[in-house]
Design a protein around this ligand. Structure first.
Ligand code: PMP
Length: 409
């Protein structure tokens, strides 16, 4: 039998991270590679109670086919939880926010459509967008987020050519970004919001980590500033559990019917049983009690990783201090490549994700993503020491310098 693949299937790639996770599945490895929340944070007994209650009180509806829009009470809870005026009719419950990315790619991208992304950006979004064959344009970004001048240049340059080639949207993660952990400053949000409104450039705002702040909540979402110009994606994965595969999107009313049609084609609806369980767990303000425990845990893990990096890393390695979320972004000394370091690190039983995977183009080969949430503090200490040793061994000049210093004592 001769199977012929569609051109779009040829564009699909295995997720680099999933491939790396396979390498790191050797016993005893300390992994800073995964994007998984800490399983310690899953509220298992609350789910056990909710599961029994949903089956007892609403079992038939929970196990039946249901509306594509999602479970009404959950849509209402989502709308009420957001810091701007949202009509529950704008909320579409999705099978993880990853499905939201897939649906919007289907309704917003034609072959060759220019779309704008941060540098670097979330790999899973690139995976969702790529099969639709867009022209992905990376916008320069720094510690405060996207560079608004560069954005204006890249979004409008196309117009200057006389073609109708204005970017279809800008995809942006303002809070505790995956992969860098960085957060867009208030000033940058205000400037970005004003500039995109002026350009008529829609924003896709992805915010799965926004609730996981450590010392202070992040500034208001972009969607709160310009609801008609933004499509907002949220997730229950990081505040409750990813295994239930539930997220949501908030769409401007003009876009909602098309997203709903794409959703129907994809999976009819997200599991009604899971939606009821989440609604049951969340009622009575459960998240207000639960999420602070996740924040406290992740903050202590971040602090442990920062302290270990400071203690162990050779000169020339740099890293940032994320104010929330799950990831920290590091950069190797000049001349080193994270992809080449990875096998040496795995030999020493520690893994990370090379940053190159997260760039649409012009990757910085020196960068790497470290998750600080799944390893214990002991493992963080051991793992960072092993990573530092792998870096030193891959960097002969620095190794010699350290040996000389030690010898001089
Ligand atoms: N967006 C970002 C930025 C993410 O990091 C993730 C999860 N890794 C997702 C979306 C998808 O999350 P989920 O489908 O579990 O809601």
């Amino acid at each position: 039998m001769q199977w012929t693949l569609a051109a779009r299937a040829e564009k699909m790639n295995p997720s680099v991270i999933r491939e790396i996770l396979k390498v790191t599945e050797k016993p005893g490895i300390i992994s800073f590679a995964g994007g998984l929340p800490s399983p310690k944070t899953f509220p298992i007994s609350a789910f056990a109670d909710a599961c029994a209650k949903v089956l007892r009180e609403d079992g038939q509806a929970a196990l039946q086919y249901a509306a594509s829009e999602g479970y009404g009470p959950l849509r209402e809870m989502v709308a009420a939880s957001l810091p701007w005026q949202v009509d529950p009719a704008q909320v579409l419950i999705t099978t993880g926010s990853q499905q939201g990315l897939d649906l919007l790619a289907k309704i917003l991208i034609d072959k060759g459509s220019p779309i704008l992304v941060e540098t670097p950006t979330y790999l899973g979004a690139l995976q969702a967008f790529t099969p639709m064959e867009p022209q992905v344009i990376s916008v320069a970004s720094d510690d405060d987020g996207i560079d608004v001048m560069d954005l204006a240049m890249k979004a409008t340059l196309r117009q200057a050519q006389g073609e109708r080639k204005t970017a279809r949207f800008l995809y942006v993660l303002p809070n505790f970004q995956n992969p860098t952990g960085r957060t867009m400053s208030e000033a940058r949000r205000a400037a970005l919001s004003a500039k995109t409104a002026e350009l008529g450039l829609p924003i896709i705002e992805d915010n799965p980590y926004g609730d996981l702040w450590f010392d202070a909540p992040p500034p208001l979402p972009l969607s709160a500033r310009n609801p008609d110009g933004c499509l907002y994606l949220g997730s229950f994965s990081k505040v409750l559990a990813p295994g239930l595969r539930l997220g949501f999107l908030v769409a401007p009313k003009a876009l909602y019917p098309k997203l709903l049609q794409a959703k129907q084609a994809a999976d009819l609806h997200s599991p009604g049983f899971n939606q009821r369980m989440i609604a049951e767990v969340m009622k009575d303000g459960f998240l207000d009690r639960h999420v602070p425990t996740i924040r406290a845990l992740y903050k202590s893990q971040r602090d442990a990783m920062l302290a270990a990096l400071k203690r162990e890393m050779p000169e020339g390695v740099s890293w940032n201090t994320p104010d929330g979320g799950m990831f920290l972004w590091a950069r190797l000394p000049a001349g080193m490549r994270a992809v080449e370091l990875l096998p040496k690190a795995v030999e020493k039983n520690v893994a990370f994700v090379p940053g190159a995977a997260f760039y649409a183009d012009n990757a910085d080969p020196r960068t790497l993503r470290l998750s600080f949430v799944t390893a214990s503090v002991d493992q963080i200490n051991t793992g960072v020491a092993a990573l530092a040793a792998a870096i030193r061994e891959s960097q002969p000049a620095a190794g010699v310098r350290i040996a000389e210093t030690a010898g001089a004592k």
